[in-house]
Design a protein around this ligand. Structure first.
Ligand SMILES: [Zn+2]
Length: 63
């Protein structure tokens, strides 16, 4: 199991314990103890360089 230690409150959390919050269509994983954002979908997109493909997908599902 993946465990993440929150850099803000130092609480050890499993991925199942993180709160999932969607802001402006982006999924964020938030520490339930202090509400700091630990992982955001935007950061993942930058790493994968898949922003254009992501937006193309959204446009197709909308039509
Ligand atoms: Zn925290």
């Amino acid at each position: 199991m993946i465990r993440i230690v929150c850099p803000h409150c130092h609480t050890p959390l499993s991925s199942a314990e993180l709160e999932q919050v969607t802001v402006n269509g982006q999924l964020n994983l938030v520490c339930p103890e202090c509400s700091v954002v630990l992982v955001s979908e935007q950061q993942a997109d930058r790493e994968n360089h898949s922003l254009e493909a992501h937006y193309a997908d959204v446009t197709e599902s909308h039509a």
